[in-house]
Design a protein. Structure first.
Length: 438
């Protein structure tokens, strides 16, 4: 998993540097897009079979909440650790190895029976799930420049939504026809197959292939400045100055905690809300989650494109606007409980649309306000805190629901979304570009 590949020039012989660059930008992008969609399916498979698993084995919400919290704590820690490792590894093999192992663990989960075994396997799955995101952040940071990255990162981030839209429908149908065990095994098998796509399509940064940096190739002055910043520093100095002591990363990390409380709570408990409160079937309830993912697909595109073109790479303004939309959409789902299935689907769509904007932009802003060679570590750092928030949506949210019902659930989500807006107001007022020296 070395960070460099042997520089080769067979593709440059077929045409100009422009042609070679365009060829590999497209193929590397498609590789991480399909690969991360498979990661997402093997990560959320447990969520989509949860109602059937609870009914079959007699687990309660607290049991499921414990599994969820352990998963997210482990996943968050893994993203930080793997972020540091991926900065010095070849993403082609690092990401593929993680996906293969998560596929195997999903299959093993489908053969298990006890709560202890489920918890152990799913916690182990969480560790290797952390090998997916940091390599993608490194690749996007290496192959796309500052003035275009919002658009391309936004398109890539829709991989969550493609995986999240396909998985609940596919697994919901498999659970209803063949049982939850078969659904888990199919999810794992898909992950193993997609490993081949990663190995065949993904490459390390352009310089390892004899190409210029993306800033030089596009003559992007913002990107060139980013590439030149902090040159000559050791790996240790980069980690401490640009990651651990970066005040902007700490602010982004705190907002990520709150965003992920909302995002994960809707994703993990939304289908149970629809079945328990409104009496919908598992397929109908999972369809609401699919609507949320479809909304997220469009939200990522608008957030990424808007931050590039409307705000010239200023990500914090768009994060704030979308966070306001999150709070309003959650309030709508809570305060209009008897609106009918169609309006409920529309509200899930809007929650997804607004939640995936901040989810994407905070991670991208973390990369852009850090060192060029610390993309994985900076993204992994804020992601560590993101999954503290995700973990809080597991057992703690389950306990809130046990004591205060679904009103307590929606109150926690509304407060979280509102706090994001409050935290970001100083940045919006200062017109910050999220640079580490500010």
């Amino acid at each position: 998993m070395r960070s460099s590949e042997i520089p080769t020039t067979p593709y440059s012989c077929q045409g100009s540097t422009d042609q070679t660059y365009k060829y590999w930008r497209l193929h590397v992008f498609l590789g991480i897009y399909v690969g991360y969609a498979a990661f997402y399916i093997t990560r959320k498979s447990f969520t989509y079979v949860t109602p059937a698993l609870m009914q079959d084995l007699g687990f309660d919400k607290a049991d499921i909440g414990i599994i969820g919290s352990l998963f997210y704590f482990t996943y968050g820690a893994s993203k930080f650790i793997s972020g540091i490792l991926s900065d010095h590894s070849n993403p082609r093999y690092f990401m593929a190895a993680g996906l293969f192992i998560t596929g195997v663990l999903n299959i093993l989960f489908g053969f298990s029976t006890s709560l202890v075994t489920f918890t152990a396997i799913w916690t182990c799955n969480a560790f290797f799930q952390g090998w997916g995101w940091p390599p993608c952040a490194k690749i996007l940071n290496s192959w796309y420049s500052r003035t275009e990255r919002g658009f391309w990162w936004g398109i890539w981030n829709t991989t969550h939504n493609v995986g999240g839209a396909i998985a609940p429908m596919l697994l919901g149908w498999l659970v209803m026809t063949m049982g939850w065990r078969f659904g888990m095994q199919i999810a794992g098998s898909l992950g193993i197959i997609m490993t081949l796509v990663l190995v065949s399509r993904v490459r390390d940064k352009p310089q390892t292939m004899g190409l210029p940096s993306v800033g030089e190739w596009r003559n992007d002055q913002l990107e060139i400045a980013h590439e030149q910043e902090g040159q000559g520093l050791s790996k240790r100095e980069i980690l401490f100055h640009y990651v651990l002591n970066n005040k902007l990363l700490w602010l982004l990390a705190l907002t990520y905690v709150l965003i992920y409380i909302v995002r994960t709570a809707i994703s993990d408990w939304g289908n149970l809300y629809m079945t328990e409160v409104h009496g919908h079937s598992l397929l109908s309830a999972n369809s609401a989650l699919s609507a949320s993912e479809i909304g997220g697909f469009f939200g990522c595109l608008v957030a990424g494109w808007g931050s590039d073109w409307w705000f010239k790479g200023n990500r914090d303004v768009m994060i704030t606007i979308f966070s306001c939309g999150v709070a309003a959409s959650v309030l709508g789902l809570w305060l209009i409980p008897d609106a009918g299935y169609t309006l409920q689907l529309a509200l899930f769509f809007m929650i997804g649309f607004f939640i995936y904007g901040p989810q994407m932009l905070i991670g991208m802003a973390a990369v852009e306000c850090s060192h060029k060679n610390a993309a994985g570590a900076s993204n992994g750092f804020v992601s560590l805190f993101a999954y503290v928030g995700a973990a809080l949506s597991g057992y703690p949210i389950a306990r809130i629901m046990e004591f205060y019902g679904w009103n307590g659930f929606f109150t926690a989500l509304t407060v979280s979304a509102t706090m994001v807006v409050i935290l970001l107001i100083p940045l919006v007022g200062s017109n910050s570009r999220l640079r580490p020296n500010q």
